[in-house]
Ligand binder design. Structure first.
Ligand code: NDP
Length: 434
């Protein structure tokens, strides 16, 4: 903490992983004494830079950009960019740290990194977003490359932003390097299913957890938090599997639609009009929007937190357990506080941590890189089949590792942390002290 003051989220993420590694270090003492833990917690490179741009009124604005290249033992740094006013070094480091283990769990050759800026795209015109992205890339481009560092989207960064970032990279470098960014639109180098991948993947993971208890989504009440990229496609897949998704949220409040969410309407409100969630209730009076309370007050069988870190605390977990929740799968990164996770585990709720449950996004980014390298483009069905296979494998690894290193196959937190750690630690040991 003295070394990294003010980085609360990074401390939280690091403690969560380190606390679960004791059984792995007992079995592999070679990883305990060779500086691997110290090196894992220290990013290989951290970049902080000025992002100046001009708004529509002609005023100069200055934001702060970040890229933390955390660990390249398994491959080029890989991880998204987040544009949100809350972004600071501690947030980017927590996300980059999580990414190392998540990427290892996918079995692919990708290292861990993350970046972003404290820029708020909300309420900004397309022109302003474009100028911001161009300025951001004018600094970042020198650190990127398909064999070096490959960013993708995250909160506030979708296909529009990836397009502007890619355009500026191409312009500066004079290289059409498709594999330098993932999350591109399908028409020019993007992969089918990348938009849907994180949400779909979280539902596939939850489906696998539920199957171990002989049940599934069919007929279940499902609540998702957020209404962005991850939330919308988690809701879509949960519905396709027979679940009734009755609530979602954004930072202004939450929405309940007991008929089951109308996803066409939700996509129109959030993706096309970029409006607040209350616009859904204005268009469909049978739905209820509330600016007070939380989406976790809505009774459900399955909860999919898909908004942001630390959004689901102890009281929310207690309310969910009281209402009989069976499974919680994190579509977002670290949405549940450690206290909430404890409540779920003690109540016997199936709990899928983000670094396993939301690995479908980066896995499909890995598939996008494969297609770019081969100058190929797969069908939607092929990409979705590959995604489903990765999620089944991540789930299997978590259970098998949890059983082998703790005895409890349902301890997905230990399973994910230990399985990810072992793969990275092995590679770091092989590559020497660097
Ligand atoms: P988006 O920007 O598309 O959506 C984020 C959603 O969360 C919005 O509805 C936003 O509401 C809501 N939200 C943000 N902050 C809060 C808050 N404090 N309280 C309530 N709601 C909030 O981002 P994504 O869907 O891409 O990302 C969501 C989460 O998933 C993040 O944790 C991200 O790191 C993680 N993730 C994303 C991946 C991806 O492929 N996109 C991959 C793996 C993980 P509002 O619009 O009002 O701000």
């Amino acid at each position: 903490r003295r070394r990294n003051p003010g980085e609360a989220e990074f401390h939280q993420a690091a403690a969560e992983v380190l606390d679960s590694l004791a059984p792995a270090l007992d079995r592999h003492p070679e990883y305990a004494g060779s500086g691997i833990l110290e090196r894992l917690c220290e990013p290989e490179r951290q970049l902080i830079f000025r992002v100046p741009w001009v708004d529509d009124q002609g005023a100069v604005r200055v934001n702060r950009g970040f890229r933390v290249e955390f660990n390249s033992a398994l491959g080029p740094y890989k991880g998204g960019l987040r544009f949100h006013p809350s972004v600071d070094l501690g947030i980017v480091k927590f996300l980059g740290f999580e990414q190392i283990f998540k990427n290892a769990l996918t079995g692919m050759a990708i290292g861990g990194g993350k970046g972003g800026a404290d820029f708020d795209p909300k309420g900004r015109s397309d022109g302003e977003v474009m100028r911001f992205c161009q300025s951001f890339m004018t600094e970042l481009y020198r650190h990127l490359g398909e064999h070096t560092d490959v960013p993708a989207g995250d909160i506030g960064v979708g296909a529009r932003e990836i397009g502007y970032l890619f355009g500026q990279y191409k312009r500066i470098t004079n290289r059409y390097e498709s594999g330098v960014l993932t999350g591109k639109p399908v028409g020019w180098g993007g992969s089918h299913v990348r938009t849907e991948a994180t949400g779909y993947g979280a539902v596939f993971f939850a489906e696998e957890m539920l199957a171990t208890r002989g049940t599934g989504f069919d007929g279940r009440r499902v609540v998702v938090s957020g209404s962005g990229n991850v939330a919308v496609y988690a809701a879509e897949k949960a519905q396709a599997l027979g679940g009734r998704v009755i609530a979602c949220s954004d930072s202004s409040g939450y929405l309940v639609d007991e008929d089951g969410l109308d996803l066409d309407l939700l996509k129109d409100v959030k993706e096309v009009r970029r409006a607040r969630l209350s616009a859904y209730a204005e268009a469909k009076p049978a739905a209820r929007f509330s600016a007070r309370g939380t989406v976790y007050d809505v009774p459900c069988d399955i909860a999919l937190p898909c908004a942001t870190q630390n959004e689901l605390g102890r009281d929310d977990a207690v309310a969910l357990v009281k209402h009989g929740v069976v499974a919680v799968a994190e579509g977002a990164n670290m949405p549940c506080t450690p206290e909430a996770v404890k409540v779920f585990r003690e109540a016997g709720v199936l709990f899928g941590p983000g670094k396993a449950a939301n690995a479908g996004g980066v896995a499909t980014s890995g598939l996008e890189m494969q297609q770019n390298a081969a100058r190929d483009s797969w069908s939607f069905e092929t990409a979705e089949t590959r995604l489903a296979a990765v999620m089944r494998d991540v789930h299997r690894q978590c259970r098998e590792t949890a059983e082998a290193y703790g005895g409890d196959a349902e301890d997905y937190v230990t399973g994910a942390n230990v399985a990810g750690f072992l793969r990275v630690a092995r590679a770091m040991a092989d590559q020497g002290v660097i």
